[in-house]
Write a protein that binds this ligand. Sequence first.
Ligand code: PRT
Ligand code: MG
Length: 205
Amino acid sequence: MLTIALSKGRILDQTLPLLEKAGISIPKSELESRKLILDTNIADIKVIVLRASDVPVFVQHGAADFGVAGKDVLMEHGADGVFELLDLEISKCKLMVAAEKNKNLNKSTLKVATKYVKSAKEYFYQQGKQIEVIKLYGAMELAPIVGLSDCIVDLVDTGNTLKANNLVPLELIHEISSRLIVNSAAFNTKHAEISDWIQKIEQSI
Ligand code: PRT
Ligand code: MG
């Protein structure tokens, strides 16, 4: 039995066609049901659909053998106990620093609003800048406008969300795409089976 953990939302939408090309499909009735463990066309492969940030947790602990998660989520999680095997080249975006235009960011301690606490700390530490992190779970773009922070660290795709909130992208922290991860123990114990599927998925990218 193999269990694949997928992130709900945009990653799920873009992963399903890849899996289908590789020979794993989820019937529409399963996707539309409220079930949390979905059957696939292959009897010994199940799919669980999770909150993006929970995917590496399930894979790390072996509750799922495989998973698909954004590089942003993997960097935050630390990804201990998981191997990052493939760049699926889907759900691409950039992790960036953004702020109001002409905002002075040369302060001794910069207030940074983000849900990417670890990535933000590492980035500014490398820049030799001291920061105070304000952890948010969403609507990061609001923080500089209402004076909660000097800047934000968030994902940027088209840039429309920043623009709509009078913010400008300033510095690139990391290019983001979704990655196929595997539980490191499962990779050893179910090596033949797992390598076989990895190859098929790789050919579908
Ligand atoms: O909403 P919830 O908290 O439940 O989950 P989620 O928001 O984490 O899920 P979802 O479906 O949004 O998918 C998140 C994953 O998709 C991330 O972990 C990334 O790996 C990937 N991804 C790719 C993105 C984007 N592009 C993206 N643009 N995730 C979020 N965004 C958001 C961004 O945070 C910002 O608010 O889109 C907005 C910016 O988009 P533009 O086009 O206006 O620049
Ligand atoms: Mg979202």
